[in-house]
Design a protein. Structure first.
Lengths: 532, 323, 326
C-alpha cells in the first residue's frame, strides 16, 4: 500500500515536471476578456468578442484598419462596373494555413455558406445577389438593386476554405442551436496571421503564429493565450499580478488603480456603440405602468419631458467617471461625418414638469424601466441614475435590472417587445447610419420590408423617415447621402423618438510591457501588439 | 420540559380547562431558564444587542435620508467617504454609495428588511414544519412516510439552491409586474421552505415519544379527536426544542437573505437590504471605496452574531441534561 | 435485509426521479434560452427556427421525458453557452470542486476536533468561553462576507495569497490538480478556509457536546476510578467514542460542502462546478443547471443511503424499523 502511494507520488511529480515546456525567446501574449470565444465557426455568432478572435485566424475580402477605414485584404482591389455589378480582384499567392492556395472558388463557396440556413451572418452578402467566378482570382457580385454599402460588412465576412470544409464535412454553417458540435465549430483554418492550437471553451484558447501568412505581421507575438474572466475584480487582479498582459474591459472604478499600479495602464478611447433609452409609443396601454387605458408615451410632450429630465452630463461625471461621450444622435460620430452639427436639448427639469402637466400628468405616473445589468459599461447604474432624475419630475420608475439573458428575452422581438421603457446599446454592424435608421427607427410591420424595425422595441414610427431611409440605401453620391441622413435623424429628434445617452468608452488594461492599437469598435486585435 | 405535562381534562371534549395552561413566556419566566439568563452575561449582552438592532430597524425613518425614495438621492453626492475623511460631507456620517445614498440610512432600512425576512421566514418554516411534524408523528403510516420522503427530497437541495431556484422562477414568471412586496414574499417563501424539515423532524421525533405516554392514551380513551389531542396536549410538550431551532434559524434566514441578495437574486438595488449593499460595495471594495461594503457587512455580522449567541444560550438552557 | 435494501434503493431512485422532474420543469420557466445563444440582430424567423430545433416548443412533459431518457444514458445534452457536452464540462470542473471540498473538510475536521476537545476539557474556563464565542463568529459571518474579507486582508492589503482561481494546475489523465504546484497550493488556502469555517464550527460544537456527554458516562468514571492517566482517558476513551458521530456528520456534510461551494467558488472565481452552476443560472443554461442539480442530488442521496446501510450493518435492531413504526 505504501509503495503504491509512493510510486503514485512519483508519477505526479514527473507529470508536474513535464508540464513546463519553455521555448526560449518566444513571445507569449496573455489576454483575458469578460466574454468568451463562443464559437469557432465564423458564421455561427455575430458578436464582437468572438469575431475579433476569429479575425486572427480568418480574413475577409476587406479588412478595417486601425481607424476602421476599409482596406483591401484577400481582395487586392474592387470596382463597381455598373450599380448592380461589383468586381473584386483577389490577391494571388495567398495560402490557407494548411498549405492549399486561396482562389475564387473559396469565395464562391463562402458566399453560399454564409447565406445558408443556420448562418448568423446571412445579411453580409445581399440576399438574391449572385456571386460569379470570372477566373481563379476575379469575382463578380451581381445585385438585384444598387447598394453602395455592400462591402461595408465584408471585413467580418470571413472566408473559409472550400476543400477544408468539404473534407471535414462542414459545408453547412453550424447554427447557434447545434446540439452536436460540428468540425468547424471546434476547429478553425483560415488564411489569417494565426492558427488555433487548442480551444477549451470557457477556459482557454491558444493561438500560434501562422508561418505561411502572406502579409507581414506588425506585432511580435508567437503565441496568444486567451482566457475568459467574467468577474471584474478578478480580471483586474490578474492584470496587476502579471498573470495576463491585456484585459478587456477594465471596470471604470478600477481605472485609477490600474494606472497607479506602475505595472499596467488603461487605454481609453471612444467606442462606437450608442447607449440609449427607448419608450414604448405603440401600445394603447403600457405593459408596466399605473396609467390605464392610455399610453402616456404616445404624447410627444411626455417623451420630451423624459428627455429633458435625464442629465447625461451628470451620468458622465458620476456614473461613467468621465469616460463617456454624451451623444445627441443615435449613431457615433465616427460613423457619421455631420454629427457635429447636432446638439442635445438643454436639461430642464422645471420645463419637463410643465410639459408633463400640459400632457395631463401634473403628478407624473409610474412606469417600469428594463435594463441589462451585465451587457454595457455600468448599464444598471445608468438606469438607477435615471430613476432619481425622473423621480424629480414626478415619474416613478420601477426598475427591472436583470442579467442580459432575462433582459433580452423581454426587449427583443422574440420576447414581444415586452417593455415600456428600456436601455439598449447599438453598434451598426455596417458602420453606417442606414442600419440605425432601418433597424432601430424603422416602422415595424412594414409589409414591403418585413425586417424593418426588428430591434425597434419602442415602436417609434414615422413614415417620412422610412421614405428617407429607403432613398439613403440607393443614393450613390456621398455628400448628398450625408445630407439625407442628417434630415432623417432630424425627423426622429423632432419626434423625441429615442433618448440617446452616450457612447461609452473603451477601457483596455494593458501591461506596460505591451504596446497595442485600440480600435473604436472594441475589437482586440493582437496582431498589432508588441511585447517587450 | 421544566413543567410537568398538563393532565387531560376529565370533562367532555368541548369543555374548557378550568385553569388555562400558562403560555410559554410565563412558564419561561417562572422556570430556571430566566435564572440561567440572569447568570449569563453573554446572553444578556446578546439580548441587548438584538433589541438594539430591532429598535434601530423600527426607528429607521429617523435617519437623515429615505434611501428608498429616489427623488431624495442626488447623484452628485455619490461615493462620498465617511465624515471623518477629508472629502466627507454632512450629513453623510458613514459616507454614500454609488447612487448618492446615505450609507447609515441605507443600513437602518436594510436592517429592517433583514429582520422582517428573518422573522417571517422563521414563522413560515416553523408553522409548516410543526404542522407537518405533528401530522407525521401522530398519524404515522403513509402520511408519515409521504411527509418524510418529501423531507428527504427537500434535504437533497441546500437552502441556498432552493431559494435561488424559487426566486428565479417567480421572477421570470412575474416578469415586469414584480413589486418589492412580491420579492419580499418570494424571499420569505423560499427561505421558509428550505428550513421546515428541521422542525418537522424534531417535532415528529418528540411526538412519537409523547404519543405513547399515558396522558395521550387517556385523552384518546375519553374520545378526544386527533387534532384536538395534537394541538392541545402534544404540541405544548414538544415545542421546547422548537424555540432553540427557531432562534438559530432566524440567524440562518438573515444570512440566507443576505447571500441571495449578494448573488443578485434578493432585494433590488433600489431598496437594498444589507446583502444588496454589500454586493454593491463589493464592486468598489478594491478601488479604495471600502465603506460601501464594510459598514453594512459589520452590521450584518453583529446582528447574526447576537442572535446566534442568544440561540446558543437558549439551546443549552432548554437542554435539561446540561443544567 | 435484502428487502430493506431494495426498498431504500427504490426510494432513492424515486427521489432522484422527483428531483429530475422538479428541476427540469422549474428550469423550463427561467428566461429564454434562445435569446442567450443568438446575437441581438438575429432575425425573428431564425429565432423561431432555433426554438423549434431545440425542442422548446414541445409540451413540457415530452421535454422532460426526452431529457430523462438521455440522462439515463449518460447524456446531459449540450451546454447552450459553451456548445460542449455538459458531461464533459462537469467532468472538467469536478476536480476543482472536489479538491476544494476535500481541503475544506480536512481544515474543518482538524481544527474543529482540536478546538472542540479543548473547549470540552476546559469547560467553564475563560479559554473555553472565548473559543465558543469566537467559533460562533464562524457561523455568524455569511460565507461570502468571509471570502471578501479574507481577500481584502490577505490578497489586496498584504499581498500574501492569490485572490482568485486555482493557480497553475497539473493534468494527470483526466484530472487537473492544484496540489502539485506552489501557486496551486497557495490558491487553495483562502477558499478552503472560507468554505470550511462553517463546517469547522459545526464539528467543534459537536465534538464539545459529545465529549461532555461521554465524559460523564459511567465507564469514563470507572476508568478514572481505576486510576488511568487523564490523557489516556481523554484521548483513548472519550475522544474515540466522540469521533464516530463526528465522522458521520462530516460525511453527511460533504454533500452540503459541495453545494455551498457555489458561493465560495463565485467569490474566488474558482473554476469548479458551483461557479459553473451560478454562471448557468445567470445565462439560463438549462442543461448545465439540470445536470448540476441532479449531480448534487445523487451525491446527497448516495451518502444518505450509504449511511443507512452502514447503520443497518452495525446495528441489526434498525432493520426492523419501518417508517410506520418510526
Amino acid at each position: 500500500m505504501k509503495t503504491l502511494f509512493r510510486s503514485a507520488l512519483w508519477a505526479l511529480a514527473a507529470a508536474a515536471a513535464l508540464q513546463l515546456p519553455q521555448p526560449a525567446g518566444a513571445v507569449t501574449l496573455r489576454y483575458a476578456n469578460q466574454g468568451d470565444l463562443k464559437a469557432l465557426d465564423p458564421y455561427t455568432l455575430n458578436e464582437t468578442t468572438t469575431l475579433a478572435h476569429l479575425a486572427h485566424v480568418y480574413e475577409g475580402l476587406t479588412r478595417r484598419g486601425k481607424d476602421l477605414s476599409i482596406q483591401p485584404a484577400l481582395a487586392e482591389r474592387w470596382e463597381i462596373l455598373e450599380p448592380t455589378r461589383w468586381r473584386f480582384y483577389l490577391r494571388k499567392n495567398v495560402k490557407f494555413s494548411d498549405g492549399t492556395p486561396f482562389t475564387a472558388d473559396d469565395v464562391v463557396f463562402s458566399s453560399e455558406r454564409v447565406r445558408a440556413p443556420g448562418s448568423n451572418f446571412a445579411t453580409r452578402v445581399p440576399s438574391g445577389s449572385k456571386v460569379v467566378k470570372i477566373d481563379d482570382h476575379t469575382i463578380d457580385f451581381v445585385l438585384t438593386g444598387p447598394n453602395p454599402i455592400m462591402h461595408y460588412q465584408f471585413d467580418y465576412w470571413l472566408i473559409m476554405s472550400k476543400s477544408w470544409a468539404e473534407k471535414n464535412n462542414a459545408v453547412a454553417p453550424t447554427p447557434v442551436s447545434a446540439t452536436t458540435p460540428s468540425y468547424a465549430s471546434l476547429n478553425a483554418m483560415g488564411t489569417g496571421p494565426y492558427t488555433i492550437e487548442s480551444h477549451q471553451p470557457g477556459v482557454k484558447t491558444v493561438f500560434k503564429k501562422n508561418p505561411n501568412y502572406w502579409d507581414k505581421i506588425e506585432g511580435n507575438a508567437d503565441e496568444i493565450v486567451f482566457t475568459p474572466i467574467a468577474n471584474d475584480s478578478t480580471r483586474v487582479s490578474a492584470l496587476l499580478s502579471g498573470e495576463v498582459d491585456i484585459i478587456e474591459p477594465v471596470p471604470l472604478q478600477d481605472i485609477q488603480r490600474v494606472n497607479s499600479s506602475g505595472t499596467a495602464q488603461v487605454l481609453t478611447g471612444p467606442e462606437v456603440r450608442t447607449i440609449f433609452f427607448g419608450m414604448d409609443q405603440v401600445r394603447d396601454e403600457l405593459v408596466s405602468s399605473n396609467v390605464k387605458g392610455k399610453n402616456p408615451f404616445k404624447d410627444k410632450r411626455v417623451r420630451e419631458a423624459v428627455y429633458k429630465a435625464i442629465d447625461v452630463d451628470v451620468i458622465k461625471a458620476r456614473v461613467m467617471r468621465g469616460l463617456s461621450t454624451p451623444s445627441p444622435l443615435m449613431i457615433a460620430p465616427e460613423f457619421f461625418k455631420l454629427s457635429k452639427e447636432f446638439t442635445r436639448p438643454k436639461v430642464d427639469p422645471e420645463g419637463a414638469k410643465k410639459l408633463l402637466a400640459e400632457a395631463g400628468y401634473p403628478d407624473g405616473f409610474e412606469v417600469g424601466l428594463n435594463c441589462p445589468s451585465d451587457r454595457y459599461v455600468n448599464d444598471g447604474d445608468i438606469c438607477r441614475a435615471a430613476i432619481g432624475m425622473l423621480a424629480r419630475i414626478g415619474i416613478k420608475v420601477n426598475p427591472i435590472i436583470e442579467p442580459k439573458a432575462q433582459y433580452f428575452s423581454k426587449v427583443l422581438k422574440s420576447g414581444g417587445y415586452n417593455v415600456s421603457m428600456y436601455l439598449l446599446g447599438w453598434t451598426p454592424s455596417t458602420g453606417d447610419s442606414h442600419n440605425v435608421l432601418y433597424e432601430i427607427m424603422g416602422c415595424r410591420n412594414d409589409p414591403k420590408s418585413p425586417s424593418r424595425g426588428d430591434t425597434n422595441a419602442a415602436g417609434y414610427c414615422n413614415p417620412k423617415l422610412d421614405e428617407m431611409t429607403d432613398q439613403i440605401l440607393v443614393e450613390l453620391d456621398p455628400a448628398k447621402r450625408d445630407q439625407m441622413i442628417k434630415q432623417a435623424f432630424q425627423i426622429s429628434i423632432d419626434d423625441y423618438g429615442y433618448i440617446p445617452v452616450h457612447q461609452q468608452s473603451l477601457a483596455w488594461g494593458v501591461s506596460k510591457k505591451v504596446k497595442l492599437v485600440q480600435r473604436p469598435d472594441n475589437s482586440v486585435l493582437l496582431y498589432w501588439a508588441t511585447k517587450e | 420540559m421544566a413543567s410537568s405535562p398538563p393532565l387531560p381534562p376529565a370533562s367532555a371534549p368541548t369543555a374548557v380547562p378550568a385553569v388555562p395552561a400558562p403560555g410559554w413566556f410565563v412558564r419561561a419566566l417562572d422556570s430556571d431558564t430566566w435564572a440561567s439568563f440572569r447568570r449569563s452575561p453573554i446572553a444578556m449582552a446578546a439580548a441587548a444587542a438584538t433589541l438594539l438592532f430591532f429598535l434601530a430597524a423600527v426607528f429607521a425613518g429617523l435617519g437623515p435620508q429615505d434611501p428608498f425614495d429616489p427623488a431624495q438621492l442626488e447623484l452628485m453626492n455619490s461615493r462620498l467617504p465617511p465624515i471623518w475623511s477629508a472629502e466627507g460631507q454632512q450629513p453623510f456620517l458613514l459616507g454614500t454609495d454609488d447612487q448618492g445614498r446615505d450609507i447609515l440610512s441605507a443600513i437602518l432600512h436594510g436592517l429592517r428588511v433583514s429582520l422582517l425576512v428573518g422573522l417571517l421566514g422563521v414563522l413560515f418554516s416553523a408553522t409548516l414544519g410543526i404542522v407537518l411534524g405533528l401530522l407525521a408523528g401522530y398519524l404515522g403510516g403513509y402520511v408519515d412516510a409521504l411527509i418524510m420522503r418529501i423531507a428527504d427530497v427537500q434535504l437533497t437541495f441546500p437552502a441556498i439552491l432552493i431559494a435561488l431556484l424559487i426566486d428565479g422562477v417567480v421572477k421570470s414568471i412575474m416578469g415586469n409586474r414584480i413589486s418589492t412586496s412580491a420579492i419580499l414574499s418570494v424571499l420569505v417563501f423560499s427561505i421558509g421552505l428550505s428550513f421546515w424539515v428541521q422542525y418537522a423532524r424534531t417535532v415528529r421525533g418528540s411526538v412519537m415519544v409523547e404519543k405513547n405516554k399515558d396522558y395521550v392514551q387517556a385523552a384518546r380513551l375519553i374520545g378526544l379527536s386527533s387534532p384536538a389531542i395534537m394541538l392541545r396536549h402534544v404540541q405544548p410538550n414538544v415545542i421546547g426544542p422548537v424555540y432553540a431551532i427557531a432562534t438559530i434559524n432566524f440567524a440562518l434566514a438573515i444570512i440566507t437573505e443576505a447571500t441571495l441578495s449578494f448573488l443578485g437574486s434578493g432585494m433590488p438595488d433600489t431598496q437594498p437590504s444589507l446583502g444588496t449593499l454589500i454586493r454593491i460595495g463589493n464592486r468598489y471594495l478594491f478601488s479604495g471605496e471600502w465603506w460601501i461594503a464594510i459598514f453594512p457587512g459589520a452590521v450584518l455580522a453583529g446582528l447574526v452574531l447576537a442572535v446566534n449567541l442568544l440561540g446558543d444560550w437558549l439551546r443549552d438552557a432548554l437542554n435539561p441534561r446540561l443544567r | 435485509m435484502i428487502a430493506f435494501l431494495l426498498r431504500r434503493i427504490l426510494q432513492t431512485v424515486g427521489v432522484l426521479l422527483a428531483v429530475g422532474i422538479i428541476a427540469f420543469s422549474m428550469f423550463r420557466f427561467v428566461g429564454d434560452p434562445v435569446n442567450q445563444i443568438v446575437s441581438i440582430d438575429t432575425p425573428y424567423a431564425e429565432r423561431v427556427a432555433i426554438r423549434a430545433s431545440l425542442g422548446l416548443d414541445d409540451p413540457v412533459p415530452i421535454q422532460i421525458l426526452r431529457y430523462l431518457g438521455r440522462v439515463a444514458s449518460g447524456d446531459f445534452g449540450i451546454s447552450y453557452q459553451f456548445r460542449q457536452p455538459v458531461s464533459a464540462l462537469l467532468a472538467e470542473r469536478l476536480p476543482a470542486t472536489l479538491e476544494l471540498a476535500f481541503c475544506a473538510t480536512v481544515f474543518a475536521l482538524g481544527f474543529g476536533i482540536v478546538l472542540g476537545v479543548v473547549s470540552a476539557l476546559r469547560r467553564g474556563t475563560t479559554l473555553a468561553a472565548t473559543l465558543e464565542t469566537v467559533s460562533l463568529v464562524g457561523i455568524s459571518l455569511p460565507t461570502f462576507l468571509i471570502g471578501i474579507l479574507l481577500i481584502f486582508l490577505f490578497s489586496e492589503t498584504l499581498h500574501w495569497l492569490p485572490s482568485f482561481g486555482r493557480g497553475e494546475t497539473v493534468r494527470i489523465g483526466g484530472w487537473t490538480t492544484g496540489f502539485l504546484t506552489e501557486s496551486g497550493l497557495r490558491a487553495l488556502v483562502l477558499p478552503s478556509i472560507t468554505l470550511g469555517l462553517f463546517q469547522m464550527t459545526l464539528v467543534m460544537r459537536l465534538v464539545r457536546a459529545e465529549m461532555l456527554e461521554v465524559l460523564r458516562t459511567d465507564y469514563i468514571r470507572f476508568a478514572r476510578a481505576r486510576g488511568l492517566h487523564t490523557r489516556a482517558i481523554h484521548f483513548g476513551h472519550a475522544l474515540k467514542n466522540t469521533l464516530i458521530p463526528v465522522i458521520t456528520i462530516a460525511g453527511l456534510q460533504l454533500g452540503s460542502v459541495i453545494a455551498f461551494s457555489i458561493i465560495t467558488e463565485t467569490v474566488f472565481q474558482w473554476p469548479g462546478m458551483g461557479f459553473l452552476f451560478l454562471q448557468a443560472v445567470q445565462n439560463v443554461d438549462i442543461p448545465i443547471m439540470a445536470a448540476y442539480l441532479l449531480l448534487v442530488a445523487v451525491i446527497f442521496v448516495t451518502i444518505n443511503l450509504a449511511v443507512d446501510i452502514l447503520y443497518t450493518v452495525v446495528d441489526p435492531r434498525l432493520q426492523l424499523s419501518s417508517p410506520r413504526a418510526g
